[in-house]
Design a protein around this ligand. Structure first.
Ligand code: XMP
Length: 513
């Protein structure tokens, strides 16, 4: 396995993605990981990520120099290369010309790392992506130049005896077409890794790990029907069968047919111990009269925990809580505003387990979202669940602007079901990040037959996104929009107008509340 030490680059996760795509297991850890732990990790190779700092700055992040004594191959990328140069006795300084964006390199000597990248050469040279203000001025003793660009005399360097490599460019980004070859050379030629990390081997390893850890004890998990909790449930069930109890709280704020589907898939098909709690009435009565969005979220979140705890206490002998925390949530992100690294914690990680004095099992901690999906496929989850759009915990309550009532829920649920049906039928469901209906607290005048109507408005929200941090409204074809509008107005009683939300995020958010 490969250890990636993070110096705060925005691309660090991409390095991990690329390494795993080559079927080599890797983990990201902060740059100041203690030497003892690095040794314990037993890496076959270490990659230093890039980062925003300058090595000659006060408080610049530096790796424990002990890593250079481990005899493990190292690849330094951008800042990682400069730091290696600096720590091993070279010189680094501010470059006269900042290099940002595409650049072209010439290979001086492939030195294993750059073997084969000539195949990507055009008349201008080999295209790479640069993003740096500093550069190596003088190579450290024992190093030689492998490649140069117009602005970087040392675009790649190596100490071939010790297997230390540095690249000034970013092999992990798509804008460096030869990057895959460079990283694979490092993994396979230099570190001698085996491309043996597959979802199947991962699943087997995790299942065995869970069995060993849990023994005869019982585990609970909250099942929402979303991708992550579904994969956790099926994975744990594979490992410990009926020792797993999944608690599914129907808060009455779910999409049409969702509760039934969860029961069908998990209880009937997978034969999982499913504790199904219909708490619709309880949620609705607590939400009575509440219109403030934050207030709604708090009420729903707190009541969920209350009910979950209540149900969990009915099950005896429970020692563990399983959660679908993903890798991007647990990576300790490194920032350099001050000398100490700040650590990002995720909302999923706090609260429940401490209050209930349960130990956490987080089998997806190492995975990215698309890896979770491929694990789900491996475990036989239906494609409908695997490809499901994200759905917020507070559910339809934050898609009903204003007070939530049973009547409004039923209107929104019907309209939303039509959106789902048409998105799927047109093939657009898998092309967008999310698609849903929002019920507005507005009435408008319409005409149906010879009658004047005065009814409610449905807004359609369909967005494209890669991580929900930014999003843009999806350019749905007019005929699909027309079908959605016609069907909703004709089939959903109480709605006489449909509008399409054409706001991007930022400044708008994806949800309306
Ligand atoms: P916004 O509206 O902030 O949403 O642009 C970003 C993404 O997060 C989802 N979302 C939630 N998910 N609990 C969740 O589990 C919540 O309270 C919540 N609020 C928003 C939203 O659907 C979108 O994918």
């Amino acid at each position: 396995r490969i250890l990636i030490l993070d110096f705060g680059s925005q691309y660090t996760q991409l390095i991990a993605r690329k390494v795993r795509e080559s079927h080599v297991y890797c983990e990201i850890h902060p740059f100041n990981m203690p030497l003892g732990e690095i040794k314990k990790f037993c890496p076959k190779g270490i990659i230093f990520s890039g980062g925003p700092a300058s090595v000659y700055q006060e408080g610049a992040p530096l790796v424990d120099p002990g890593v250079y004594e481990l005899g493990v191959p190292i690849l330094g990328i951008c800042y990682g290369m400069q730091m290696m140069g600096y720590q091993l006795g070279g010189e680094v300084s501010e470059a006269e010309e900042r290099e940002y964006g595409p650049a072209y390199i010439e290979v001086d000597e492939p030195g294993a790392l750059l073997e084969g990248i000539e195949s990507e050469k055009s008349s201008e040279g080999i295209r790479v992506w640069m993003s740096h203000g500093d550069r190596i001025l003088k190579l450290p003793p024992g190093f030689r130049v492998l490649a140069h660009s117009q602005n970087s005399p040392f675009a790649a360097m190596a100490d071939l005896d010790r297997n230390y490599f540095g690249v000034q460019f970013h092999p992990e980004v798509a804008h460096t077409p030869c990057g895959r070859i460079v990283l694979d050379n490092f993994l396979f030629r230099i570190c001698k890794c085996e491309p043996s990390w597959t979802m199947q081997s991962f699943a087997e390893m995790v299942i065995k790990g869970i069995r060993d850890q849990v023994g005869d004890d019982r585990v609970i998990c909250a099942l929402s029907g979303g991708v992550d909790s579904s994969v956790v449930a099926v994975l744990l069930h594979r490992a410990i069968g009926r020792q797993l109890y999944c608690i599914f709280v129907n808060n009455g704020l779910l999409r049409k047919g969702e509760a039934e589907e969860v029961r069908r898939v998990f209880a009937d098909h997978f034969d999982i111990n499913l504790v199904y709690v219909d708490a619709s009435e309880e949620f609705l009565s607590r939400l009575k009269g509440v219109t403030d969005p934050e207030q709604k979220r708090k009420i729903i979140g707190n009541l969920f925990i209350e009910i979950f705890e209540r149900e969990a206490r009915k099950i005896t002998g429970v020692k563990y809580l399983a959660q679908g925390t993903l890798y991007p949530d647990v990576i300790e992100s490194v920032s350099f505003k001050g000398p100490s690294a700040t650590i990002k914690t995720h909302h999923n990680v706090g609260g429940l387990p401490d209050r209930m004095s349960l130990q956490l099992i987080e089998p997806l901690r190492e995975l990215f979202k698309d890896e979770v999906r491929s694990l789900g496929r491996q475990l036989g989850l239906p494609e409908r669940i695997i490809m499901r759009h994200p759905f917020p915990g507070p559910g339809l309550a934050i898609r009903i602007i204003g007070e939530v009532t049973a009547e409004k829920l039923s209107i929104l649920r019907e309209a939303d079901a039509i959106v789902m049906e048409e998105m799927e039928a047109s093939g657009w469901y898998d092309k967008v990040w999310q698609a849903f209906a929002v019920l507005l607290p507005v009435r408008s005048v319409g005409v149906m037959g010879d009658e004047r109507t005065y009814e409610q408005v449905i807004a359609l929200r369909v967005v494209e996104s890669v991580d929900a941090m930014t999003a843009d409204w999806a350019r749905l074809p007019y005929d699909l929009l027309a079908r959605l509008s016609n069907r909703i107005i004709n089939e959903v009683k109480g709605v006489n107008r449909v509008v399409f939300d054409i706001s991007s995020k930022p400044p708008s958010t994806i949800e309306w509340e």
